[in-house]
Write a protein that binds this ligand. Structure first.
Ligand code: NAD
Length: 341
């Protein structure tokens, strides 16, 4: 392709991806399956990697999520909420591991925290002196929507942390999702009433969480699993601050569990990166038995010092990747489905 043809392909991909982002993140109404979106994004990233001069500062490959809905007040995240990079095959996973070793300058075995990739939406929960004071969506990564009242209706999210050993300020990051059973009930009710059905549990969770009336959210049976920590700090009343942060990523998740925050029961601490492939296969085989929808696994370097050494790129950490499952949905299937927020 000539430079000019490549440049117009980049412009076309950018336009399409931005439009799909708006439909998915802002309207909660995707018009194409994720696999199609992922294919376009990959094509854009491939061109940008081979022709860095074509990579615009505001390229969708550099951004997290979409715009925030103005119907909600905005929350500025004290620490950004990032996305994840993806791998789609064993070869790509091996290439990711090689990059980790190259960046660390060592072939030492890496302990990995292996987690299902929950198909819902990311939220940040802020606890001050043990009390839930604010909850926000990821939004564009730096600014999210204030959805505190809606989050308060989710039964598995504690309004007050257990015990008294927690930092003054603790931001918990995790996924709000709709269990498969709740999704099926919701759609069955919609069909009975002659209303539109939701296309998938992720879409239903996003639409339910971004309701202006929290009474509607309360009826939707949403659930939550914690998978990380955001900002941690002190307050005058509770000065534990960062001293509370101990151990590896997995140990931190265990600490969150003792405070009453739910953690996905499938999360495993693996002794080496070589065990990740078996974890991926096992979860893939059992995917249909799980009571919630997942679209892959998330594999994270467990050692926090190594995470810090590896750092971040524009939209994702370098120390983690989503290892995604093969696509289940086809474009032709989605075309017949009606969507609703
Ligand atoms: P992502 O879903 O690929 O990965 C990041 C997200 O994974 C996090 O924000 C978090 O919400 C979630 N996650 C789930 N389990 C996790 C765990 N254990 N640890 C950490 N994070 C976990 O990224 P994204 O930026 O939210 O969305 C991109 C994806 O969304 C695309 O790859 C595509 O599949 C889909 N998408 C589809 C369309 C469409 O039109 N169909 C449009 C935009 C995005």
């Amino acid at each position: 392709m000539t430079e000019q043809a490549l440049s117009s392909r980049v412009a076309e991909l950018t336009r399409q991806i931005n439009e799909y982002n708006h439909q998915y993140y802002v309207l909660d109404q995707p018009s194409v399956p994720d696999a199609e979106y992922d294919r376009l994004m990959r094509e854009l990233i491939d061109i940008e990697n081979k022709h860095p001069e074509l990579k615009a500062l505001d390229s969708p490959s550099q951004k997290v999520g979409g715009e925030v809905l103005t119907a909600f007040t905005q929350v500025t995240h004290q620490l950004p909420m990032l996305s994840l990079d993806n791998v789609f095959s064993g070869e790509e996973w091996q290439a990711f591991v090689k990059r980790l070793h190259d960046r660390l300058g060592s072939n030492d075995t890496l302990a990995m925290c292996a987690e299902p990739k929950l198909d819902g939406l990311a939220v940040s929960l802020r606890y001050e002196n043990g009390v839930l004071v604010q909850a926000a969506t990821r939004g564009d990564g730096s600014t999210g929507e204030n959805i505190t009242e809606n989050i308060r209706t989710i039964k598995s999210i504690p309004l007050r942390l257990n015990g008294d050993k927690y930092p003054g300020i603790l931001e918990v990051r995790g996924e709000v999702f709709m269990p498969k059973a709740s999704f099926e009930t919701l759609n069955a009710q919609a069909i009975k009433k002659g209303e539109k059905t939701f296309v998938n549990p992720r879409n239903a969770a996003a639409g339910s969480l971004r309701q202006l009336d929290s009474k509607i959210t309360a009826k939707r049976n949403l659930a939550f699993y914690a998978y990380g920590i955001g900002y941690v700090g002190e307050t005058a009343e509770n000065i534990l601050g960062e001293a509370w942060l101990e151990g590896s990523h997995y140990q931190r998740l265990e600490q969150l569990k003792t405070l009453g925050l739910p953690m996905c029961p499938e999360v495993r601490l693996l002794a080496s990166e070589d065990e990740c492939e078996a974890f991926y296969q096992d979860i893939l085989n059992r995917r249909d038995e799980l009571s919630y929808e997942i679209d892959g696994t998330v594999l994270k370097v467990d050692d926090i010092a190594l995470q810090e050494q590896l750092g971040f790129v524009a939209r994702a950490p370098r120390w983690a990747t989503a290892y995604k499952f093969p696509a289940q949905e086809e474009l032709t299937v989605l075309e017949d489905v009606e969507f609703q927020v």
